[in-house]
Write a protein that binds this ligand. Structure first.
Ligand SMILES: Cc1cc2nc3c(=O)[nH]c(=O)nc-3n(C[C@H](O)[C@H](O)[C@H](O)COP(=O)(O)OP(=O)(O)OC[C@H]3O[C@@H](n4cnc5c(N)ncnc54)[C@H](O)[C@@H]3O)c2cc1C
Length: 321
């Protein structure tokens, strides 16, 4: 009997595959063992070869819909095409990145298939062939495990950077597939200027200077900005700082913000609340600077300094001159 299929929907960002796809392929491989057949679903133009970006993450198979209309298709048109593929192959489970695109296509597909979708997951496992998805619930105060016992496929969107992408050995079978393209009527707008956000986020940075309420005054933020530039990194913040004009939710680290895995994170004036820690504690090297020696951030830090945030940053900056 053939193995149940575990799909990852490859997402495109400009001319490349969006990195969350690699993270999901890595997790899918770990979840699958030899029990599931892992499949990446890829839509691309006839001249594209994005499968070369997927191959290092070694899904068992890459199914490629090669059609010049899809790279510019709407989310509704993608959902329609995916519904056709689901009808043909009957996958057990489908994973999307909880990106803007994934969050838009996944519920459209779910509505067509009348199955369950767990959104914004932070972990996944299988109990036999049942997908168990972990996600924050009740105002992010508790973690829930959610299953979809009666309907298939089981679907989940997973927050970017929840899992770490790791290449693997293995050769993916490349399978061309075709679907009918059903144009969905588009809204007419008078002027249409495509807006493409190419900005990197705190989640993409390998070095992060993280600021909390104890490092929130203008002088300290200015010093931190210079330090981040010297380190070739980015500023990230704890939740209270998103109230300042200089920062937004996109800069926030933590349970209700970004999950990050930088090589280095320097935490200044951050107490270390659990909702903050879950977003950064898998950083490779954690440094904490806090005036309170009992601050919980020191429990997860590889290196700690008890003292003033701005004084430490200024001393560190002096090392670069
Ligand atoms: C459902 C829910 C979701 C949440 N999600 C998030 C989230 O995603 N991200 C997040 O960050 N928070 C989140 N929070 C809030 C979280 O509980 C904490 O309130 C928040 O992380 C505290 O931020 P902080 O460490 O900057 O501030 P504080 O807890 O106020 O800590 C400030 C620290 O600065 C130190 N300090 C003060 N002056 C100095 C100085 N001069 N130099 C050095 N250190 C100094 C103090 O000793 C203190 O430890 C969430 C809360 C809830 C209930």
């Amino acid at each position: 009997m053939s193995k149940p299929e575990l799909w990852v929907i490859a997402e495109r960002r400009l001319d490349h595959v969006e990195p969350t796809t690699f993270q999901l392929l890595t997790k899918a491989r770990q979840l699958a063992g030899d029990r599931f057949h892992t499949v990446a679903i890829l839509f691309e133009a006839t001249n594209d070869h994005l499968e070369t970006e997927l191959q290092p993450y070694a899904p068992d198979e890459i199914r490629i819909v090669r059609d010049d209309r899809f790279p510019t298709a709407t989310d509704a048109e993608h959902a329609d095409a995916l519904a056709q593929l689901v009808a043909q192959y009957q996958p057990n489970s489908i994973l999307f990145g909880a990106t803007i695109t994934g969050r838009s296509i996944a519920p459209r597909l779910q509505a067509k298939l009348l199955t369950g979708l767990t959104a914004d997951c932070l972990d996944l496992r299988f109990d036999d062939e049942t997908l168990v998805a972990t996600k924050p619930s009740y105002g992010d105060n508790i973690m829930c495990e959610i299953i979809c016992p009666d309907h298939r496929p089981q679907m989940a969107t997973v927050r970017p950077n929840t899992f770490v992408a790791e290449p693997a050995t293995g050769t993916a079978e490349l399978t061309p597939v075709t679907v009918a393209f059903h144009p969905v009527e588009r809204l007419q707008v008078k002027t249409a200027t495509p807006v493409v956000n190419t900005a990197t986020t705190v989640g993409d940075a390998s070095r992060v200077v993280a600021l909390g309420r104890g490092a929130a005054n203008t002088a300290t933020i200015d010093t931190a900005t210079r330090l981040a530039e010297k380190l070739g990194g980015r500023i990230g913040v704890s939740r209270p700082l998103t109230d300042l004009d200089r920062f937004t939710h996109d800069d926030q680290i933590g349970q209700s913000g970004n999950t990050i895995h930088p090589d280095l994170i320097l935490n200044f004036g951050i107490s270390g609340a659990v909702q903050y820690l879950v977003g950064m504690q898998s950083a490779k090297t954690i440094v904490a600077v806090n005036s309170d020696s009992n601050a919980p951030i020191f429990d997860v830090a590889d290196y700690g300094y008890v003292g003033d945030a701005n004084a430490f940053m200024t001393a560190l900056l002096a090392q670069f001159v």
